[in-house]
Ligand binder design. Structure first.
Ligand SMILES: NC(=O)c1ccc[n+]([C@@H]2O[C@H](COP(=O)([O-])OP(=O)(O)OC[C@H]3O[C@@H](n4cnc5c(N)ncnc54)[C@H](O)[C@@H]3O)[C@@H](O)[C@H]2O)c1
Ligand SMILES: [Zn+2]
Ligand SMILES: [Zn+2]
Length: 360
């Protein structure tokens, strides 16, 4: 169903969209639904640029519906609440992540695992309950069902908290699954030191683990240790370092956005260790059998987090003062930011200053 068939979409909103697989972002005026009984309206303050936005803008996964307004790392302030909404009031500092709607009835929806509902719809490039295409946070305001909105703790700055809404929760949930949130003292590896990777390091350190960054860039060693607090660094292109690192890690979080082989990385896990794959390369990754079999190792995927986990993650970040290292940009710099993200030139997350607060 197209937007034209949804008559209550009468609000004109200014945003930024890609119209084809060049991925070029241009200003775009579009319509959003009026605030419904279950909705909140949010004035967007900041929106992080996730690598997924780039995958969608360029149609890397072949599923983009153009025009696409990306953005699922949104922080802002509530401006309207529907009559069924009790959890939020006007003026609240809130966040919206990847999820916009789910069936509410399946076993996953009923058990606060709605991110695994097979009818899950995302904040952009999804189809909302009313049949309309969803548009993300590269826009002045969003209308969101209150069940897919979280509170931002008061002590977290809205710009540096924005990437927690996707990058943060995406690495928090596999950490929780691997019992890293409540029991300290494990050896944790992080592959790929970008947006997801840098917040993995910060969280794993805050939760009391020994953290090893595994990267192809020698220049990231100092940053990983001095800026982010990592304990150890393995240059994955150095055979001797990879050899020395064999069977040392309990859990590895793989956040790499491009095709790569898991074989050498799996060798770094202890027997029975787990590699949690969160990076989403468009081409299949290489998974050789021997490092799996000889070490009784597991590889598991993880897709963002439920809303309950997202709120829990925000609260944990509030408690430990975990925020992201961000580079603030203006909306007219999104294309340069995309180019730099594609070249892995970001420390560690671009965040768009949608409301122009940095200029005040
Ligand atoms: N599972 C989920 O729910 C989920 C959620 C968010 C993002 N993602 C995906 O996670 C990936 C990472 O996202 P991000 O926003 O952190 O991206 P990013 O660009 O900030 O970070 C990616 C990192 O991978 C590294 N890298 C790139 N190519 C590499 C290679 N060939 N070998 C080793 N390292 C390489 C880069 O240097 C960078 O440090 C993307 O594919 C994104 O779509 C998945
Ligand atoms: Zn994301
Ligand atoms: Zn469901």
């Amino acid at each position: 169903m197209a937007l034209e068939s949804t008559p209550n979409h009468t609000q004109s909103v200014a945003g930024w969209a890609a119209h084809d697989s060049s991925g070029k972002i241009v200003p775009y005026i579009f319509k959003r639904r009026e605030n419904g009984v279950n909705d909140v309206s949010i004035k967007v303050m900041y929106c992080g640029i996730c690598h997924t936005d780039l995958h969608f803008a360029k149609n890397d996964w072949g599923i983009t519906m153009y025009p696409v307004v990306p953005g699922h790392e949104i922080t802002g302030v509530i401006t309207k609440v529907g009559s069924n909404v009790t959890k939020f009031k006007i003026g609240d500092r809130v966040g919206v992540g990847c999820l916009a709607a789910s069936c509410l009835e399946c076993e996953f929806c009923q058990n606060s695992q709605e991110n695994y509902c097979d009818q899950i719809q995302f904040t952009y490039n999804g189809i909302f309950w009313d049949g309309s295409v969803t548009y993300g946070g590269y826009s002045d305001m969003v209308v969101a069902d209150h069940r897919y909105v979280v509170h931002v703790p008061d002590n977290l700055p809205m710009d540096a908290a924005a990437p927690l809404l996707c990058a943060g929760v995406t690495v928090f949930t596999p950490m929780k699954d691997c019992q890293l949130v409540e029991s300290p003292g494990k050896k944790v590896g992080v592959v790929g030191l970008g947006g997801l990777g840098h917040v993995s390091v910060k969280m794993a350190k805050a939760f009391g683990h020994h953290v090893t960054v595994i990267s192809t860039s020698p220049s990231k060693e100092n940053e990983a240790k001095q800026r982010l607090g990592a304990d150890s660094f393995i240059l994955s292109t150095n055979d001797e370092q990879m050899q020395r690192g064999k069977r040392t890690l309990d859990v590895i979080l793989d956040t790499v956005s491009a095709q790569h082989s898991l074989g050498p990385i799996l060798e770094l896990l202890k027997v029975n260790g787990t590699l949690a794959l969160v990076g989403a390369p468009d081409k299949p990754i290489e998974l050789p059998s021997f490092p799996l079999i000889f070490g009784k190792r597991s590889v598991k995927g993880s897709m963002t987090g439920s809303m309950k986990e997202t709120q829990e993650m925000m609260d944990v970040c509030g408690k430990h003062n975990i925020t992201c290292d961000v580079e603030l940009i203006e909306p007219d710099q999104i294309n340069q930011a995309f180019d730099r993200l594609a070249r892995n030139d970001v420390r560690y997350r671009f965040v768009i200053d949608i409301a122009g607060n940095s200029k005040l």
